[in-house]
Design a protein around this ligand. Structure first.
Ligand code: BGC
Length: 746
């Protein structure tokens, strides 16, 4: 075995996201101690209780008055929020303000693309702006705490919540979520337009077996440390004010009572002093998990593990006081939880400024917010295929047919987790194309299928009739919003309904068909992409999806999105992700099922690692995305070939726009540790990226600093280490299209 650098300072491993984390303020800590010392046991339990605002108003008000509530989720009317706050700060004994929470996931009223779509922009500024607009709108409605960002890395497109994630990569997720946290919380959490972020779901939720929501997760510590936890560490470094624990059990222990996660890692190792809330019902669900005998034991286990606030299931409220009185739970644990809760309220400035300003309330849909949402939808759209450069549409066309179930689906285009989004404000592709181009060309509209699961053959015929009259057919297909998101998991991730039949019928018109896919996950649509002349993957693009797509189709905007997740050919390939390990027999000489000779012998087609029906490659790799222009990458230049701990390598490429459009490109950096004596390493890992914009003919040098820290991994002795030896470094336009160089870590 080679000698290794043992990194004793575990806490040193970060993604180099610095700053952000609020230091404890001694004055505030004193105030917290004073309050804690004045609180009765019942009042402490009250602070740890989060109530759903949807419960009967009289009950909620009384509970607030009695100091039995610390937070309310899902109150959305400013007047009601302020009235409850008034009761808390005027009528409750200790006058502790409430904190009002809501799932504001990718917009409050002005809806941005689903998080997966934002991640496809590979532009943190897009994510930051989206969160900032969400915070401004939500805070104007009295909400000061959102349950976002969801930073669960996931390799599971069957899992409906992939829509809410930033995809399969740890580094990309970390960069995007840090931007979101910054957007929500601003520079100062106590500013009235800032809202507290919540890093969720801690931890491992994205690894749900079979991509089925709430399912068991088994994640060895090495994988947990390298893939699933780093975004959470980045969240603590970025100052995320709160954390939420996950529904799943992790290696046999539910996340809601997981002392290893919450105490050992989050509190002791990472020194996190923010607040931890349970997920909705996750504490009492430990009974269903078969982990606790009853709700009382569930309350005990969660409190002991360090869950500070119980989201609506009221098991703390019903049992904690008793548990303390009988000596099962130490009151000191409650003091610790209450400190974390009060610290959040102080950081939000709620003691000084508890109310939402009713004069400036409900400030939604600013022009600048709509513009930002449109830009996010543009940058989050990925050009997957463009046969014969069908796109952008030529200005010689005189008519288009706008068809398909997503062409005018105002509710579906805003996607999952939009409690407050208003479909009436959505600008659909049909509306936008009509408005923008209706005076210049003939715009014919006919959805054909009225929703994605529709199987109506007559509808298809109507759309075909319209298609025949047009120069180009624009087919808006995909999934309805209800087919992705929480508990919306699918075993078949192809097009539902008769969309494929519709595409076949449209193709038979002989007209060019451009397919625009609006969905909540990567879909297995290889056959459909083959049939279409061009395909754009737009995800659920939000309020302004229509204008964004209209601009892209006509070439006013150039697609620059890249896949934040691998697109499989078939669901049977899942899990399929770019940063996999190498087997001892990587795929070679692939013989697919129909090429096997009848009666072939056992040894005739070799013994390597692939599927007989899918081969070894995905439909599209992570990081992939085309443009209307072309980019040429030079070979990689290294300033030296040997890296030491104190002397990083600079790696550079020159990227040239060799086409005819001004366009943006995401330059991606990957690294491979060729030989590791401790644990096998992935074939590639994303370590950096830059999004640059180039005029036709223009070149730019893009450089990355390669440090020893980037090469660290978690070994079997539970240490972060880097191993001297040979490395490959790749720079390119996707995880599969790269230039390669070699260096040595000394
Ligand atoms: C989800 C959380 C969400 C919570 C509150 C749960 O079902 O898992 O992500 O924040 O509900 O709405």
């Amino acid at each position: 075995m080679k000698s290794i650098y043992r990194i004793v300072l575990l806490a040193v491993f970060t993604f180099s996201f610095t700053g952000g984390y609020p230091q404890q303020d001694p004055e505030t800590e004193k105030k917290i101690e004073t309050l804690v010392s004045q609180m009765t046991l019942a009042e402490k339990v009250g602070q740890m209780n989060q109530l759903n605002g949807g419960r009967p108003a009289g009950y909620v008000a009384e509970a607030v008055r009695n100091g039995q509530v610390g937070s309310i989720l899902n109150g959305t009317d400013v007047k009601t929020i302020n009235e409850l706050q008034r009761i808390a700060v005027e009528e409750s004994r200790l006058k502790i303000p409430l904190v009002f929470a809501r799932d504001v996931i990718h917009g409050y009223k002005t809806i941005f693309p689903i998080p997966l779509g934002q991640a496809a922009s590979w532009n943190p500024a897009i994510a930051e702006k989206g969160a900032q607009v969400a915070a401004q709108e939500a805070s104007s409605a009295g909400i000061r705490w959102t349950f976002a960002p969801m930073i669960d890395v996931t390799r599971e497109p069957r899992w409906g919540r992939i829509a809410e994630s930033c995809g399969e990569d740890t580094y990309l997720t970390s960069v995007m979520e840090v931007a979101m946290i910054k957007g929500f919380q601003g520079d100062n959490l106590s500013a009235p337009t800032s809202i507290a972020a919540c890093a969720k779901h801690f931890a491992g939720y994205g690894a749900a077996e079979a991509g089925k929501d709430y399912n068991t997760t088994w994640i060895p510590e090495q994988l947990l440390r390298e893939v699933y936890l780093p975004p959470f560490k980045a969240a603590t470094d970025a100052g995320a004010a709160t954390f939420m624990c996950a529904f799943n059990d992790l290696n046999g222990v539910p996340a809601s009572a997981n002392e290893f996660l919450i105490r050992d890692i989050l509190r002791d190792e990472w020194k996190y002093d923010g607040m931890m809330v349970s997920d909705w019902g996750s504490v009492k669900e430990m009974v269903m998990h078969g982990f606790c005998a009853d709700e009382k034991e569930a309350a005990e286990r969660a409190a002991k593990a360090g869950v500070d606030m119980d989201m609506d299931d009221q098991v703390y409220f019903h049992h904690l006081e008793q548990l303390v009185k009988e000596g099962t739970v130490d009151e000191k644990l409650l003091d610790e939880a209450v400190r974390n809760i009060l610290r959040l309220k102080f950081r939000l400035g709620l003691f000084e400024n508890p109310y939402a300003d009713e004069k400036t309330a409900n400030d939604f849909y600013r022009e600048s917010s709509l513009e930002a949402a449109k830009q996010a939808a543009i940058e989050g759209t990925i050009l997957l295929d463009n046969k014969n450069s069908v796109l952008p549409l030529q200005n010689t066309i005189t008519s288009v047919a706008v068809v398909g179930p997503l062409s005018h689906a105002p509710a579906d285009q805003i996607g999952t987790w939009c409690f407050d989004g208003e479909p009436a404000h959505s600008v659909t592709p049909a509306m936008a194309i009509q408005k923008e181009y209706g005076s210049k060309i003939k715009v014919l509209t006919e959805a054909g299928l009225t929703y994605s699961r529709d199987k109506n053959k007559e509808g298809i015929e109507k759309a075909v009739a319209v298609g025949k009259q047009a120069d180009v057919i624009l087919f808006f297909a995909g999934e309805e919003a209800i087919l992705s998101g929480e508990a919306r998991c699918r075993a078949d991730i192809g097009f539902p309904g008769a969309q494929t039949e519709m595409l076949e019928a449209l193709k038979q018109t002989g007209k060019p068909v451009v397919m625009i896919v609006m969905c909540g996950r990567p879909m297995t649509i290889g056959k459909e992409i083959e049939m279409a002349d061009a395909t754009l993957l737009a995800f659920h693009g939000g309020t302004m999806a229509g204008p964004a797509l209209a601009d892209i189709l006509i070439g006013k905007a150039v697609p620059s999105g890249k896949l934040p997740v691998t697109m499989p050919r078939m669901a049977g390939q899942i899990p399929i992700y770019y940063n996999h390990k190498s087997t001892g027999r990587p795929a070679s000489d692939i013989t697919l099922i129909d090429d096997i000779e009848i009666g072939a012998e056992q040894t005739s087609i070799g013994f390597t690692s692939y599927h007989l029906d899918a081969g070894d490659s995905p439909l599209y790799p992570f990081g992939y995305g085309l443009s209307y222009t072309t980019f040429e990458y030079s070979s990689i230049r290294l300033d030296k070939n040997e890296l030491t701990k104190d002397s990083p390598i600079m790696a550079s490429v020159t990227v040239k726009n060799t086409g005819n459009y001004k366009a943006a490109e995401v330059v991606q950096l990957y690294i491979r540790d060729l030989v590791s004596g401790s644990v096998t390493r992935p074939v590639k890992e994303l370590k950096g990226f830059r999004k640059i914009t180039l005029e036709p003919g223009e070149s730019e040098e893009v450089s990355f600093e390669i440090t020893e820290e980037m090469l660290r991994f978690w070994n079997t002795r539970n240490e972060w280490i880097s191993e001297p030896g040979d490395f490959h470094l790749f720079i390119g336009s996707s995880s599969a299209d790269v230039k390669q160089a070699h260096f040595v870590l000394k």
